[in-house]
Design a protein around this ligand. Structure first.
Ligand code: MN
Length: 133
């Protein structure tokens, strides 16, 4: 079974880049554009991992994180924040909510690929070991 990622990103260029990098790792990616859509899709899709932007319309990444971590069925899904415009304290806020990791944008393709691969290994999930460096 391929590892499935729910990607929550409203910026099309970021969504395209992250999709490309995740698919190169052999992952299946489902992309939604805001936190509300993520909450609507998460039970249907049963992702192995959620990667979310923080600044999102309708329901932002922090609100999404709070909702996921308050739900006994959803709180165990590994949750990664990937955000630009990081302010001092954003990382702490994300980790306090229960995010499992926090990546800052702009995304460096090689760093991002290596970080995701390490994260997936730690969680005993599967990806394509040969892609990237
Ligand atoms: Mn955004």
């Amino acid at each position: 079974m391929k590892t499935k990622v729910l990607l929550v990103e409203d910026n099309q260029q970021n969504a395209y880049l992250i999709n490309y990098l995740l698919e190169a790792l052999g992952l299946v990616v489902v992309t939604v554009a805001n936190g509300r859509e993520a909450l609507e899709r998460v039970r249907l899709e049963s992702p192995d991992l959620i990667i979310t932007d923080i600044q999102l319309p309708e329901l932002d990444g922090y609100e999404l994180g709070l909702a996921l971590k308050a739900d006994p069925e959803l709180r165990t899904i590994p949750l990664i924040a990937a955000t630009s415009y990081a302010m001092p304290g954003d990382r702490q806020k994300a980790l306090a909510i229960g995010f499992d990791a926090y990546f800052e944008k702009p995304i460096d393709p090689e760093d991002f690929t290596n970080s995701i691969r390490s994260f997936i290994r730690e969680r005993d999930l599967h990806c394509d070991e040969s892609s990237g460096s």
